[in-house]
Design a protein around this ligand. Structure first.
Ligand code: CMP
Length: 139
């Protein structure tokens, strides 16, 4: 089925001017960017987005990092978009990610790993609505 997923190009990647190269990987995989904006999150906004990780030891570091520079938040649409996006991103830790994936090519560490993508339909819905109003999604 056609799905939508929330993607974030993280501060380590925007800082290195990688937005275009990362978007090309999404588009080459058949994902359509139906919404996109560059924003600078506050630590509190990052904290709310990553609330499910609040009890993890890396939570504070993660929120600091996500607020350390601009991010590009985007909605990707396509057949099986959630799984496809995760395939194009590669494993969370660049040490484990397959050759040719975004994280294998660009990520600096497990924390500064260049991209985020929703992990399931329910989280995709919640994450998209955290950043976008319905009328901002143009398929
Ligand atoms: P993301 O897909 O954005 O979802 C949660 C993030 O937490 C994850 O990518 C990683 O960037 C980050 N993360 C996971 N494990 C660690 C860790 N051990 N240290 C720092 N950050 C981590």
């Amino acid at each position: 089925a056609t799905e939508r997923t929330l993607s974030i190009i993280k501060p380590d990647a925007t800082k290195r001017n990688l937005t275009g190269k990362i978007n090309a990987k999404f588009e080459d995989a058949g994902l359509r960017i139906v919404a996109q904006k560059r924003i600078h999150l506050t630590k509190a906004q990052a904290g709310k987005f990553y609330e499910v990780h609040a009890s993890r030891p890396f939570y504070d570091e993660l929120c600091e990092f996500m607020a350390s520079g601009p991010v590009v938040v985007q909605v990707l649409e396509g057949e099986g978009a959630i799984a496809k996006n995760r395939e194009v991103m590669g494993a969370t830790n660049p040490k484990d990610s397959a050759a040719g994936t975004i994280r294998a090519e660009f990520a600096e560490s497990v924390g500064e790993n260049s991209v985020h993508g929703s992990d399931a339909p329910e989280t995709a819905k919640d994450e998209i609505s955290y950043f976008f109003a319905g009328m901002e999604l143009v398929g």
